[in-house]
Design a protein around this ligand. Structure first.
Ligand code: FMN
Ligand code: FE2
Ligand code: FE2
Length: 397
């Protein structure tokens, strides 16, 4: 049926974006993204979030079908980032009677971004809204990943409207529930959840942990995020995934990232990879000049072993490797088992600096090999051992 009914009285009224190439103009989204929105048609009618401006008309059509001539009483805004609110004026034009419910911080932002200051009710952690048959409780979730973020919990069906949390990239192509997704496609959504978390939320591990503490004691049957499928069967594993990522706990695997202008460092990377593989670790290898940085930092978060190779380049680390270090530092990546390697011609500096970076991040550096110019036959074993020692440490976790 259309629009999608998700539970008695609840409808999905979101949209799919297959046009945007770069989310937040920086993160490639090859599988697109959904901007989710939900409608509760009870004695009082509640709309949960709006969508990006260019999709607002499409979403409003879906809402009208579900409304069946009723009016919307409340619009709950969980998060003010423009992927969810840039269409708000189109909605207010269409449904002028609705009052906005949001956090105090969101109220300021509504004025700042859109000049909207009327008919706003601010709520916090202790607030509730009864709509007739249903009751909504609000959960303030500051810095997951903006300061105004809040979530709603519906007490009868036990639905968590989680804002961006537990969201992923990838459009919803005729299906909205996790348990109807073919396994091969399902895995893509999970990979895209890692990438969404690391790139969008990754810096805010501590706020994610504080918010998840607020879920303790709450029975949650369904997670309705602002992006990606509705999580029912996988809700427990999704919570675990968020818990692990926000504690910076890596899985067993070794990520090898290398930069190389003329393939000297690249040849070393392959020998390092062989050593890690023979230690029974999962190995993921990226040429930093080929792979997109959003995928590389995701793997750095996902796996606990990290080996970085760089030639010395103008007296420092190869700049594309440098970019990755900057992003990892910004996100405060913790608890990695680290190794480094590289090539130089007249003065080796990159490997020393990589090790200094590891020290600054309080990572555990287990090995490091630097060679002048090309790797010699006698050097192979050292590179192999580097990969093997990181691999063994990680596989033994
Ligand atoms: C633009 C550029 C800058 C370089 N700067 C340095 C340097 O500051 N110190 C040094 O020892 N070697 C420097 N080199 C030499 C490289 O580190 C050396 O050729 C190394 O073997 C390259 O490794 P690759 O084949 O993995 O790119 C530079 C090379 C290039 C092309
Ligand atoms: Fe967001
Ligand atoms: Fe979002």
């Amino acid at each position: 049926m259309f629009p999608y009914k998700i539970k008695e009285d609840f409808y999905y009224v979101g949209v799919n974006d297959r046009k945007t190439e770069l989310f937040e103009r920086i993160i490639p989204i090859p599988y697109g993204v959904s901007y989710n929105s939900y409608l509760l048609v009870d004695e009082k009618v509640v709309l949960f979030d709006t969508v990006e401006m260019s999709f607002a008309d499409n979403a409003i059509e879906k809402i009208k079908i579900a409304l069946n001539d009723k009016k919307i009483d409340y619009l709950i805004i969980h998060h003010l980032e423009p992927d969810h609110t840039s269409g708000i004026k189109i909605y207010l034009n269409e449904f002028p009677e609705m009052q906005i419910i949001c956090s105090k911080r969101a109220k300021d932002m509504l004025d700042g971004f859109y000049g909207i200051s009327d008919k706003i009710i601010t709520v916090d952690d202790n607030s509730e809204l009864s709509t007739g048959k249903h009751t909504l409780k609000f959960i303030y979730a500051p810095m997951v990943h903006w300061p105004e973020v809040m979530m709603s919990y519906e007490t009868t069906e036990k639905i968590l409207f989680s804002a961006d949390a537990f969201g992923c990239f990838g459009t919803l192509d005729g299906r909205i529930f996790d348990n109807f997704i073919d396994p091969s496609i399902y895995d893509k959504y999970i990979e895209e959840m890692y990438r969404y978390y690391v790139n969008v939320v990754g810096k805010y591990g501590v706020p994610v942990q504080s918010t998840m503490k607020k879920f303790e004691g709450l029975q949650i049957n369904m997670i309705c995020s602002l992006h990606g499928p509705i999580w029912i069967d996988s809700r427990e594993s999704i919570f675990k995934l968020y818990d692990r990522l926000s504690r910076y706990e890596g899985e067993k695997g070794v990520v090898i990232l290398y930069g190389s202008m003329y393939s000297n460092t690249e040849k070393m990377a392959e020998v390092v990879a062989r050593g890690a593989y023979e230690a029974n670790a999962k190995v993921i290898l990226h040429d930093v000049s080929k792979s997109d940085i959003s995928f590389m930092i995701t793997d750095c978060f996902r796996y606990s072993g990290l080996i970085i190779g760089s030639p010395t380049y103008n007296g420092t680390i190869f700049s594309k490797v440098q970019d990755i270090l900057e992003r990892l530092e910004l996100r405060g990546l913790k608890n990695r088992t680290f190794g480094s390697f590289g090539s130089y011609t007249w003065g080796g500096i990159a490997v020393r600096q990589l090790n200094e970076f590891s020290e600054k991040m309080k990572w555990d550096t287990v090995g490091s090999v630097e060679v002048k110019q090309s790797m010699k036959i006698s050097d192979y074993q050292n590179f192999y051992n580097l990969g093997r020692s990181v691999g063994e440490k990680v596989a033994g976790l």
